[in-house]
Design a protein. Structure first.
Length: 464
């Protein structure tokens, strides 16, 4: 293969390119006519190296992170890479047939800034030094043509939506998710002010409201626009409200809105509405509106997932009958108990077996629900109540003195009496150097002392 013929072929084809993508495709096609290599051109777009053109292989990666792979290394360093034993390179990314030689040259802007990489791989040995020189010259020609055509392509709206969809999926909380939604809506739509309106009993709660337009919208937005979008679906503006009839949208126009996309988020009965507005007169095209609809669908899916996960976590740490936290979370709590300050109050419903045997388990469950509410109401803010067995509860309280803990126990006994029941309560303060499990055993021993003495009372565990 005469090198001069390859380079002249690449240069001639690049001269005919009308777009950056076409330039990359023509360069790859020209090179592939002179070598059986697998060839790919990757350009830096936003935060990824995206494959713009490729040849010689059945499958290619759509994109990689700039720090990944040999191509990422060449891009980051701005220096060419040659691999003769690809299996020994920790950055090598395998895809397709076994590779014998890889050559990767950075694509540079006229300023010398890397804007991408040209990657070639062969399954048979080749002259690596020759191809390094050729790859660098092809990359130089391509970099010059890309600069003439305006530089690397901007991230497409579809690519932006995909990036935001990944961020939505990764959101770990409602707050993070809502923040991601409004930023994604601004980015994908091109309008300045995204607002997520969540209906409430008295109107709508607005999220993501910022800037002067957002603040004016907060003051004026009522239920009409939100209800319309929830009931009838997506809508968008097609011109200036000064020359078109904006009847029914006075609250928005008065706030300074001249352009808007309104998209329902979630089911009509419980969902929200994503409003994206602007003070300028912009006519959104249907493709943009469709992307925002896809964003809204993804947002609701992720929000629903977060709620499901929260529900599962709640079930994993809470007693489904009483709603109190149960033994798993109790173990974590007593492990943090402070010596001489944290008291455990073991609580047992008196004669609970008789209730179950006489009236059945459904009646017993009702007693437990009522008892949990009564006991919870007797505790102070910050005190914690757990159900750790059938009719066994434990309160974890922080106190300054032992008599303060027994006073809380007395309140629990009184609370049980208000629902026509009695409880026995054993109290123990955690000692220094004492395992939490031993503190609980001492509280249990005090409880059974109360049982033996007639129930319906409180007993402080014996001091050492």
């Amino acid at each position: 293969m005469p090198p001069d013929l390859l380079l002249s072929d690449v240069a001639a084809r690049l001269a005919t390119a009308a777009t950056v993508s076409e330039a990359c495709a023509l360069a790859v096609d020209a090179a592939s006519r002179h070598t059986p290599a697998m060839i790919a051109t990757l350009l830096h777009v936003h935060d990824r190296l995206r494959c713009v053109a490729a040849a010689g292989s059945w499958q290619v990666y759509s994109s990689i992170r700039p720090a990944e792979g040999v191509a990422g290394r060449a891009f980051t360093s701005g220096k060419s890479e040659v691999l003769l034993a690809v299996g020994n390179d920790p950055d090598y990314i395998s895809l397709g047939p076994e590779v014998a030689v890889e050559v990767c040259a950075p694509i540079l802007a006229p300023s010398g800034q890397p804007i991408g990489a040209l990657n070639l791989e062969w399954t048979e040995p080749v002259d690596a030094d020759l191809w390094r020189d050729l790859a660098e010259q092809i990359a130089e020609l391509l970099g010059e043509r890309i600069a003439q055509l305006g530089g690397p392509p901007a991230e497409s709206r579809g690519e932006r939506l995909l990036r935001h969809a990944v961020a939505l999926t990764a959101a770990g909380s409602d707050r993070e998710l809502l923040s991601t939604v409004v930023e994604a809506a601004r980015d994908v739509s091109g309008l300045s002010t995204p607002v997520l309106a969540v209906p409430t009993r008295v109107g709508a709660r607005l999220y993501g409201v910022d800037g002067p337009l957002g603040q004016r919208l907060r003051a004026r937005l009522g239920t009409r626009t939100v209800a319309r979008a929830r009931r009838h679906g997506t809508s968008y503006t097609i011109g200036d409200p000064a020359s078109l009839d904006a009847h029914g949208f006075e609250e928005l126009v008065d706030a300074g809105v001249r352009s808007m996309i309104a998209v329902p988020v979630g089911p009509v009965d419980i969902g929200a509405v994503l409003l994206i507005v602007d003070e300028g007169v912009v006519t959104p095209d249907p493709a943009t509106v469709n992307l925002v609809e896809l964003l809204a669908t993804q947002a609701w899916t992720c929000l629903d997932r977060l709620k499901t996960l929260e529900h599962l976590r709640e079930r994993a740490t809470s007693d489904p009958l009483t709603g109190l936290r149960h033994q798993g979370s109790f173990g974590e709590r007593i492990a943090r108990a402070t010596p001489d300050r944290t008291a455990l109050l073991a609580i047992d419903v008196d004669q609970f077996k008789t209730i179950n045997d006489t009236y059945g388990h459904q009646a017993g469950d009702q007693v437990l629900v009522e008892m949990a509410r009564a006991l919870q109401s007797a505790l102070r803010h910050g005190d914690e109540l757990y159900r750790i067995g059938g009719d066994e509860f434990v309160a974890v309280v922080d106190v300054a003195r032992p008599d303060e803990a027994t006073g809380i126990g007395e309140r629990l006994v009184s609370a049980a009496r208000t629902i026509g029941r009695t409880v026995s309560v054993g109290v123990a303060l955690r000692r220094r150097g004492e395992a939490p499990e031993l503190t609980l055993r001492r509280a249990d021993a005090a409880l059974y002392d109360v049982k033996r003495e007639g129930r319906d009372g409180v007993r402080l565990a014996d001091s050492p």
